[in-house]
Structures are given as C-alpha cells and as structure tokens.
Design a protein around this ligand. Structure first.
Ligand code: GAL
Ligand code: CA
Length: 342
C-alpha cells in the first residue's frame, strides 16, 4: 500500500491504464484489419443456369470482397454443414441458393444466432422464414411473369400458323416438362403458361405432364416416354427451362420431328447460351430470358454491403429493394426465328 502510494500519480495511471489502452488498440486494429469474405452456398454445380449465376458472382468479386463458392451437390445436409463452416470460419456474409427451400428457416436461425447476414437467391424461402430475422434478403425473378411470357409466345405462334393444329380439332394438344417438384418456378411457370393460353381464348388439352428435374437428360427421357405413349397427338411442348427443352428437342428429332414430321413448337425458359444457340438455329420456338448476370450482381452487392456493416438501400445497391428485403430482376421474352421473321 505504502509503496504504491509512493509512486507518482502519472505512473500509477499508466500502470492501470496501459493494459486497457493495449486492449482497445488490439481490438481496433484487429477489427479494422479483419478480412471481409463472403461465402456462397449453391445447390448444385451441375445446373446450367445456376452455373451462369455463380460465374457472374465470381466476376463481381474481382477487386472486391472475395468469395468462396461451395457445391451442395443436391444435398441439404451437405449445405447445412457448409454454412456452419462459413459461420465458424468468420465469414462476413453468406449468399445461399438452397437445396430445399423449406430448409431456409433452419439456415436463417443459425445465421441469426451468429449474426452473419444472409442473401438467398433463386430458391425463395417462404415468407414466414424470411420474417424470422431482418438481416435476410432474397434476390430472384417473378416466376409467374416467365410463365405468362411463355404462354404469350405460344399463343402468338398458334395464331400465326394455323397448321400448328395438326389434327385440326381446334384445340392445342400440349405437354409440359416440369422442373423440380416443389420449386416455385416449376409450379408458377406451368400455372401461368396454361392460364395465359386460356385467357387468350385457346382451347387446350394437356396430353401429359411430367418432371425432368431441370436437366437435359431429364427432358430427353420424359419427352421420349411421352412420344412413346402419345406419338403424333402432341402439338406443342412447354419445358420449364432450356436444358429440358434441349433434351426434348433431341427426343423429338429422333422421333422424326424437324425432318419428315416437320416442326414442333418447343418453348423453354432461361435463355442460356445453349438455349440461345437453339433459338438462332431455329429449333427452339422461343425462350424467356432469366437474367443470371443481374441476379448475381444484386445478390453480391447486398451481401457486400451487409458484410461491411452498411444497410443495403436501393440507391447504394443499384436495384430496387421492395418490402424491405426483396429484389426482383425482370424476365424478358426471347422469340425465335418463326416469331421474328414475320
Ligand atoms: C430456375 C431456372 C432453372 C434452374 C432452377 C434451379 O430459375 O430456370 O433452369 O436453374 O432455377 O433452381
Ligand atoms: Ca389439335
């Protein structure tokens, strides 16, 4: 006691304060030097459209906050573990394209507990899950618009080419090759495609509907079995995406379409590079452009703002944020040759 009180006041102050000053200094320097990084968890690297989005995300990250992109290969369990690893490894924000969109609630809860902001894209979490935390955003495209546009393109073809009614019964015998079951794009694209044709006054007969799981091989095998069952009765094909449409085109060619049996109208969605090539060579009647580049940019910019602790407002992001946490990137109709050269 006596020794301590003998020390000059300033020295005493220094001895007491120094550790505190050091701590503050350490905290500040660690904090400002903390490397920002964004984790991106994707449902399946095999998916063509998602591949375009992830390549565009990589481009956005050049000279900006770096990203680590991981593949769940179609397994939600794998994705949950990947997200946990991102959290444990100090990632500043996470972009998620969930395997099963009903699993989003669990992901949101995990991130909320560790305060790691989240941006979902392409697979929309249900509203109840989105409401669980305010640092959760969604970037996507309105599936109903793409279905409506596909319907309008098909109706236009039907009106322009009377021979499209192959059996001359006044009704369109059509098939739908659906995407993954339960995906919002699958259900809404199909529903709005049909509703639009009905609104336009077409008489419809759905011959078959089956799922091709977004893949080219799925589209091929579903179309093959539809042709085996209903052969010449089919007059039009709507595939929920371009990859399945391309698979269907292969099956149709093997069956004699685009040669002896003539043209078969097939419409897809996405406008992927391979889809656009099929438009250009006149095989695909039409597609609807699903804007991978802008979905990637919006998701990345929101994640980057959140990572830096900024609020992602529309002005800073460059995209309209609606309802506080949604960005909707518009679809665009892409008519092929038959609908252009009139
Ligand atoms: C859709 C897209 C499909 C597929 C799917 C994956 O928006 O049209 O091709 O990529 O997302 O969730
Ligand atoms: Ca007919």
């Amino acid at each position: 006691m006596a020794g301590q009180s003998a020390q000059p006041f300033s020295l005493l102050l220094m001895r007491k304060l120094l550790p505190v000053i050091l701590l503050v200094f350490l905290f500040v320097s660690c904090h400002s030097e903390k490397e920002l990084k964004i984790g991106v968890a994707v449902y399946d690297f095999q998916d063509s459209f998602i591949t375009e989005v992830r390549e565009a995300i990589m481009e956005c990250s050049e000279n900006d906050i770096p990203v680590t992109i991981v593949d769940a290969a179609g397994k939600q369990q794998t994705q949950n573990e990947q997200i946990e690893r991102f959290i444990n490894n100090g990632y500043s924000a996470i972009i998620v394209n969930s395997v099963d969109r009903t699993a989003s609630g669990v992901i949101i809860e995990k991130c909320r507990q560790s305060n790691v902001p989240l941006v979902f894209f392409n697979r929309e979490p249900v509203r109840d899950d989105m409401a669980k935390w305010d640092k959760v955003y969604y970037v996507g495209a309105r599936a109903e618009d793409s279905g409506r546009m596909a319907g309008e393109l098909m109706a236009e073809y039907w009106e322009l080419y009377p021979h499209a009614d192959r059996n001359g019964d006044g009704a369109m015998q059509f098939v739908v090759i659906k995407g993954e079951t339960g995906h919002q794009d699958t259900e809404l694209r199909t529903e709005y495609f049909i509703d639009t044709l009905l609104e336009k006054g077409l008489r419809l007969e759905k011959v078959h509907e089956d799922t091709g799981d977004w893949t080219r091989s799925g589209g091929y095998s579903v179309m093959t079995s539809m042709l085996l069952r209903s052969g010449d009765r089919i007059e039009a094909v709507f595939a929920n995406n371009d990859d399945m449409a391309l698979g269907a085109l292969e099956a149709l060619q093997e069956y004699g379409y685009f040669s002896t049996k003539g043209f078969m109208p097939v419409i897809g969605i996405d406008g992927t590079p391979v889809g656009q090539a099929a438009l250009d060579n006149g095989m695909l009647l039409a597609t609807v452009f699903n804007d991978a580049g802008n979905q990637a940019k919006a998701a990345y910019r929101i994640a980057a703002a959140l990572a830096e602790g900024r609020e992602p407002v529309s002005e800073a992001i460059g995209y309209d944020i609606v309802d506080g946490r949604y960005v909707w990137i518009p679809y665009r109709p892409m008519p092929g040759r038959l609908l252009q050269d009139r």
